[in-house]
Design a binder for this molecule. Structure first.
Ligand SMILES: [Zn+2]
Length: 152
C-alpha cells in the first residue's frame, strides 16, 4: 500500500500537522509494506484518543525497522509558552526523550501513546514484513519478521 503524506494528512489531519513527506517516505521505505497497516492503525488509535490540543503537538519523528523490530519515534512538542527545549538528535532513544520532556506533558497522554506504539511493535513481531500474513523472526544474514513464503 502506497500512502503519500497528503493522503495521511487527510486521514489524520490533527496528528500530522508536523509530519513531513521525507519522514513518511523514509519510514515507509524502511519497513516492508506488510507492516504499513500496523503503523496506520496505531496512528488511527492515537488520533482517536488525543484531544485537539495534544494532537496539534504530536510529532512523528521516525519510523523504521531495526533487527526485526518496528520502531516508531515521536514526541509531543512544547505548547506555546512552555520552556524551550534543546533540539534533540533524531536517533535518541525513545525513553531518553520521554524522560527529558516528561515535565511538559501529562503521564496519561504519554502512557496512552506509548501503549499504542508498544501494541504495534508486538503485532509487528508476529506479522510478515513483506505481506502482512502471520510471521515469525527469521535470521538469514539479518533478523526479519516474515512468513515462510517470504523467508528467503
Ligand atoms: Zn509474507
Amino acid at each position: 500500500m502506497r500512502e503519500d503524506v497528503a493522503a495521511l494528512k487527510r486521514r489524520f489531519p490533527r496528528i500530522t500537522s508536523h509530519l513531513s513527506q521525507s519522514v513518511l517516505d523514509e519510514g515507509l521505505s524502511r519497513c516492508g509494506t506488510g507492516w504499513h497497516s500496523i503503523i496506520f492503525e496505531a496512528l488511527a488509535r492515537i488520533d482517536a484518543f488525543l484531544d485537539d490540543e495534544h494532537a496539534s503537538r504530536f510529532s512523528l519523528r521516525q519510523i523504521k525497522e531495526k533487527w526485526g523490530d518496528l520502531r516508531i519515534y515521536w514526541r509531543l512538542l512544547p505548547a506555546p509558552g512552555d520552556p524551550e527545549v534543546d533540539p534533540k538528535p533524531m536517533r535518541i532513544d525513545i525513553e531518553g526523550e520521554h524522560a527529558i520532556l516528561s515535565h511538559l506533558w501529562p503521564d496519561d497522554v504519554r502512557n496512552a501513546v506509548e501503549g499504542e506504539i508498544t501494541a504495534a511493535r508486538i503485532r509487528a513481531t508476529k506479522t510478515c514484513e513483506v505481506c502482512g500474513a502471520p510471521g515469525d523472526a527469521q535470521a538469514h544474514g539479518r533478523v526479519r519478521i516474515t512468513c515462510l513464503t517470504h523467508s528467503d
